[in-house]
Ligand binder design. Sequence first.
Ligand SMILES: [Zn+2]
Length: 106
Amino acid sequence: MTGLPLNRCTGCGHAQFPPGLLCAACHGAEFDTVTASAGTIVTLTSWTTSGQALQFAEVETDVGPTVVALIAGEEATPGANVAFSSTTWPMAHTHTGDEPGKETES
Ligand SMILES: [Zn+2]
């Protein structure tokens, strides 16, 4: 199973990440799980450590909440669609090759 599991309040439907003891919207304490499979990059931060370049992005998930994810794969750009692939740490994969005609501007 791929995707990022999020807690969704059974009282009001608010989804949140990371999980909390109480719903941030209505303070309810009952949750079920909803899986975010994809999202859109809002902002990007690049970080180089030990000679390795990492990209972290704020990703607005398809179920609502915005999460910070490690970007795997091609260099990402804001507005790009990504797919979540890890359930331990949010990891988002850039889609490549499925947007014909899209070129990197230099
Ligand atoms: Zn709620």
